[in-house]
Design a protein around this ligand. Structure first.
Ligand code: ZN
Length: 256
């Protein structure tokens, strides 16, 4: 069973709050992902992984924050970026609402690299206000990709519209993937990449970084369950640090 805000009414939430479970907030982006994937990939994947994590850890699944900080892809049509200040303020506002409600902790599950800075800053603010935050992206993804996927990544820990993201989308939203339009591209990164601000369209024609052509739903399922396996002990350790119980999702009761 998943405690999902998209299915719950306010009395359901009021009841669930008695269990003192953490909330899980998925964060994505509206960003180009090549010709074979829709613009909502990062939000769809973050939501899917957060859902699996909520099931495993008995967390309260919040609706996904679908917009993110995607400045570097703005030159591709369809990409809609919000400012880091807006994103930070939104997370802080959501966090304050959770404090008011009596949620004891927040887990952010981020599916888009550009969101990391604002999430970290919001976490500092909210921690000071009494809400502990665990900031996860996709733990262990690099090792999992090396084990499960066959194509080379475009760069270390750089997964964008490639076999990793495409496979995960095929597992979660197969109807939104058109593999017939998938093409491989290995952009040549300038020597100062990571040290200068680059618009990705200056580096990539297709918007693909890597080779998505051998993607499968099965690989996507393995990647997602591997990420959740890596995230669950982090959640347990985080909850233990803050005096909250790690709970088996099958119990459905407080162990305190
Ligand atoms: Zn992505």
């Amino acid at each position: 069973m998943i405690r999902d805000f998209r299915q719950m009414s306010w009395p359901d939430v009021e009841e669930a709050l008695k269990l003192k479970r953490p909330a899980i907030l998925p964060l994505g982006a509206v960003e180009q992902h090549g010709a074979h994937l829709p613009l909502t990939v990062d939000a769809d994947l973050a939501e899917g992984v957060a859902r699996a994590l909520a099931k495993r850890t008995d967390g309260l699944l919040l609706p996904v924050c679908s917009y993110g900080e995607t400045w570097s892809s703005e030159a591709f049509a369809g990409t809609l970026s919000i400012s880091p200040e807006t994103l930070r303020a939104m997370i802080e506002d959501i966090g304050r609402g959770l404090i008011q409600m009596g949620v004891p902790a927040l887990i952010t599950l981020n599916g888009h690299f550009g969101n990391n800075g604002p999430i970290g800053l919001a976490a500092r603010t909210l921690q000071a206000e009494g809400l502990p935050i665990l900031h996860l992206d996709y733990p262990d993804l690099e090792a999992l990709a090396g084990r499960i996927c066959t194509s080379e990544p475009a760069g270390p820990s750089f997964f964008h519209a490639d076999e990793v993201e495409t496979s995960m989308m095929m597992a979660l939203r197969p109807e939104a993937v058109d593999l017939t339009r998938a093409q491989a591209e290995y952009p040549e990164f300038p020597q100062t990449f990571g040290y200068e601000q680059f618009q990705l369209r200056d580096i990539s024609k297709s918007g693909v970084f890597g080779d998505p052509r051998m993607s499968t739903a099965e690989k996507g399922e393995q990647l997602i369950s591997g990420i959740v396996d890596a995230a669950a002990p982090l959640v347990d350790a985080f909850l233990a640090r803050h005096g909250l119980s790690a709970q088996d999702s099958d119990q459905g009761e407080d162990h305190d």
